[in-house]
Design a protein. Structure first.
Length: 68
């Protein structure tokens, strides 16, 4: 959206404030998307080969015996 806005405004009025705001938003959100994608990719790559645990491990439950 910001790329289209920057291109259209830059064609009609190059160097305007609206064009530069669109370019800055485009750069900021492209950077955020890149950093997030890299972080998620590293998170996914770090989990390869590990067993998947969807539930808590089973443990033996010891019941107290009433002393009579």
């Amino acid at each position: 959206m910001w790329a289209v806005s920057a291109a259209l405004v830059g064609r009609d009025d190059p160097g305007s404030r609206q064009m530069w705001v669109s370019v800055v938003f485009l750069v900021v959100f492209t950077g955020l998307l890149s950093v997030t994608s890299l972080w998620l990719w590293r998170q996914q790559a770090g989990r390869v080969g590990r067993p998947v645990h969807h539930a808590a491990p089973r443990r033996m439950v010891r019941r107290r015996q009433a002393n009579a």
